[in-house]
Design a protein around this ligand. Structure first.
Ligand SMILES: [Zn+2]
Length: 116
């Protein structure tokens, strides 16, 4: 497995993946698993994807309403390990950016659909 542990740059990065996108894992044990992006963490160039990279967390009882136990939560995965899935053609989308009415819109190169 390859991991790129580059130094974090100060430059504000924009990612091709955003919250609520459908993405596919393209490396590692969970190759080809798909899920929806729950959160993007720009500082770490990582994203939390529903059902992907699940880890078990032991939770201590902090109050009577929150009992102790093991919860399964998705852990962040590096964005370079994810690829956007075009909602229209259902394939791994190669996107280009277009500026439409001052908004940056991603366009699927395969089918021309804009991905919001
Ligand atoms: Zn498409």
């Amino acid at each position: 497995m390859k991991t790129k542990q580059g130094k974090t740059r100060n430059k504000q990065q924009t990612f091709h993946i955003r919250k609520n996108d459908l993405v596919e894992v393209i490396t590692g044990e969970e190759n080809e698993r798909r899920g929806r992006v729950l959160e993007v963490i720009p500082e770490n160039a990582a994203a939390i994807v529903e059902g992907v990279n699940l880890v078990k967390k032991h939770q201590r009882a902090r109050s009577q309403t929150k009992p102790s136990g093991i919860v399964t939560v998705p852990a962040p995965i590096h964005i370079s390990n994810l690829v956007l899935i075009c909602p229209r053609c259902g394939k791994q989308a190669k996107v280009r950016m277009e500026k439409i009415e001052n908004k940056r819109v991603r366009i699927c190169k395969k089918c021309g659909e804009s991905i919001e």
